[in-house]
Design a protein around this ligand. Structure first.
Ligand code: SAM
Ligand code: SF4
Length: 465
């Protein structure tokens, strides 16, 4: 069955699937690819569970209570299904993502309403899993797949790509071999795997052919990506970005998330040499104390990170830096935390994410001595977030009065507005007369709010995309 064909069981001629995505961009991409796989089976996407023939929860396990949230959601869905059954309809419940991977068969035992559980490396088997579940089997598909899932997932259809907008994600790397002691990813996503160059370039061309202007390459450790290039040499992400930059019609490239140890010279040079590579880099450091970094198994020091940032800024002075921070890792003292504050002051971030340490089952951090009191974690997080917010506001303010290019992505909240992104990733609210969706408009920033920039209506200019 081809994309968009339907089979009937919902009364209006279409089987509907509601996919609920938790967590990171990689899950957003996975949800899209699962929806593509289900489209071949006649499912169309719906934006509410109430009228869905199938609800698929694409879960995240990165921090605490993730599994509990999923079980509560399943409880609500079971009640919804009971109501649908009274009306003569039905609803299948599937759980995907990292909670599915971590819980496996346990999930069916604890929540018998679940029809199937599928882990992140086996999404290409989704149609088969659904067919077996429809036959009454409780399916658990959480073995790490040996075959290449991307080889077997259906290609993205132009119509579906267009519906998703002009900025797209493209996963190039999955899994992680780094084993930071706080993190579940190596256990839920498995070992590091890089997609081959040809497969990535083909997918990028398809996206651009369907109207995509900006591609963000994704990976748990995207800059650990490596593959054999067209010249037979082993390529890193820098070389891959050069290859993709040659795709006609592609206006912007980004990548996330990077590990400091994998920022090699070629990747740093790409920030200097490639105009399409946007001046934004998410480069998590997690902590500013060498003792804590060692306990986290990050395998670099705070000064290594400072020097790396200097090299990146030498290559691309206007780059907007973003990061991730964890406060209250086991054994973190007041002095260790002050080291984190000092690092943040030294580096200056345009934007950042910060979290209280959350012990994850089966990770070494969970069994370490010296767990930090919740109250102390909250106080440290509040101080760190205040500093990061101040830096973010400073970054936004220095753009006021300047001209920036904006990729126009969608209508704004108010009539007459369009919203796009600056090169530095902030949302920019523009007057709709600056261009149409998919254009790159140059606008002057009139003012900044906490999280977005507002363009100056009187001094706009427009140029063709
Ligand atoms: N691979 C990326 C790196 O090494 O920086 C991070 C990927 S992880 C999915 C995203 C972020 O979640 C991490 O950078 C970290 O700040 C946060 N995180 C992961 N495990 C955590 C935990 N146990 N408690 C709190 N935050 C956590
Ligand atoms: Fe998790 Fe560390 Fe791997 Fe990032 S590098 S995914 S934080 S184990």
């Amino acid at each position: 069955m081809s994309d968009g064909e339907t089979t009937s069981n919902s009364g209006d001629g279409q089987r509907k699937v509601f996919v609920k995505t938790y967590g990171c961009q990689m899950n957003v991409y996975d949800s899209q690819r699962m929806a593509d796989a289900l489209a071949r089976d006649g499912f169309v996407e719906t934006d509410a569970p109430d009228n869905a023939d199938m609800v698929l929860l694409n879960t995240c396990h990165i921090r605490e209570k993730a599994a509990e949230k999923v079980y509560s959601e399943i409880g609500r869905l079971r009640q919804l299904r009971d109501r649908r059954r009274k009306g003569g309809a039905d609803m299948m419940i599937g759980v995907a993502g990292c909670v599915a991977q971590a819980e496996g068969r346990e999930m069916i035992a604890r929540a018998p309403a679940v029809d199937f559980v599928i882990g992140p490396t086996t999404y290409h088997r989704l149609p088969d899993v659904v067919a077996r579940a429809r036959g009454g089997e409780k399916v658990v598909e959480t073995e790490f797949a040996v075959e290449d899932k991307f080889e077997h997932l259906p290609r993205q259809q132009a119509r579906r790509v267009q519906r998703r907008g002009v900025a797209a994600f493209l996963t190039v790397q999955e899994g992680c071999d780094k084993f930071c002691t706080f993190c579940v990813v190596p256990y839920t996503r498995g070992a590091e795997v890089s997609r081959p160059v040809a497969q990535i370039v083909e997918e990028a061309r398809r996206l651009v052919g369907a109207g995509v202007r900006e591609i963000t390459l994704l990976g748990q450790n995207v800059n650990a990506w490596h593959g054999e290039g067209a010249d037979g040499r082993s390529w890193g992400l820098g070389e891959l970005l050069h290859e993709l930059a040659g795709i006609e019609g592609l206006a912007r490239l980004r990548y996330t998330t990077s590990h400091p140890r994998d920022m090699d010279d070629a990747l740093i040079a790409a920030h200097r040499d490639l105009d399409v590579l946007m001046p934004y880099l998410h480069l998590p450091v997690q902590a500013g104390s060498d003792r804590v970094l060692k306990a986290m198994n990050r395998r670099h020091t705070a000064d290594d990170y400072r020097r790396l940032v200097d090299r990146i800024r030498a290559a691309r002075p206007d780059i907007a830096l973003s990061g991730d921070f964890i406060v209250g890792f086991p054994g973190e003292t007041d002095d260790d935390f002050e080291d984190t504050m000092r690092l943040v002051r030294d580096v200056t971030y345009a934007q950042a994410f910060s979290f209280k340490y959350s012990p994850r089952p089966a990770t070494p951090g969970a069994d370490m001595a010296g767990h930090v009191d919740e109250q102390v974690k909250s106080e440290r997080l509040a101080r760190l977030q205040a500093l990061l917010a101040e830096q973010q506001a400073g970054f936004m303010q220095q753009l006021v009065g300047k001209e920036v290019s904006v990729l126009l992505e969608k209508p704004g909240r108010e009539p007459g507005q369009l919203v796009g992104r600056s090169p530095f990733l902030q949302p920019v609210i523009c007057d709709e007369t600056v261009g149409k969706i998919g254009d790159i408009a140059t606008v002057r920033i009139g003012r900044a709010s906490a999280n977005s920039l507002i363009s100056e209506p009187m001094q706009r200019r427009r140029h063709a995309a």
